[in-house]
Design a protein around this ligand. Structure first.
Ligand SMILES: [Zn+2]
Length: 118
């Protein structure tokens, strides 16, 4: 399983086995009732999306690491390169993270599942 395929599946939020079934019930990264819900298994090939209890615990660390690096990168660019004040930079960062909250949650789950399932 190549890295490119893992990343592509994670970005498109597709099943790691058949690359066709959707990992989440509602599409896009919209906020709604079903933002965080996943079907129990792939509607196309039947691959389970919950291989073991607590499986997505690891996805939490992925999202933590990704958010951390993004925040550092963002602050360096906005505060030091663009010269915005520290307070304004933080406000913008928080707004961006809030807007992408569902996407980050879903992406880290999709990435984790795609990394673990062959
Ligand atoms: Zn599938």
């Amino acid at each position: 399983m190549s890295l490119i395929r893992i990343l592509k599946n994670a970005f498109l939020m597709k099943c790691p086995k058949c690359q066709q079934g959707d990992l989440f019930e509602s599409s896009s990264f919209g906020y709604g009732k079903k933002s965080f819900e996943m079907p129990e298994k792939c509607p196309v090939c039947g691959q389970t999306y919950m291989p073991e209890p607590g499986f997505y615990y690891g996805a939490m660390f992925l999202s933590y690491i990704m958010t951390g690096f993004f925040s550092i990168f963002f602050m360096v660019v906005v505060h030091w390169v663009l010269g915005l004040s520290l307070v304004n930079s933080f406000i913008i960062l928080i707004l961006i993270l809030a807007a992408f909250f569902v996407f980050i949650f879903r992406f880290s789950r999709a990435l984790w599942l795609n990394m673990m399932v062959r």
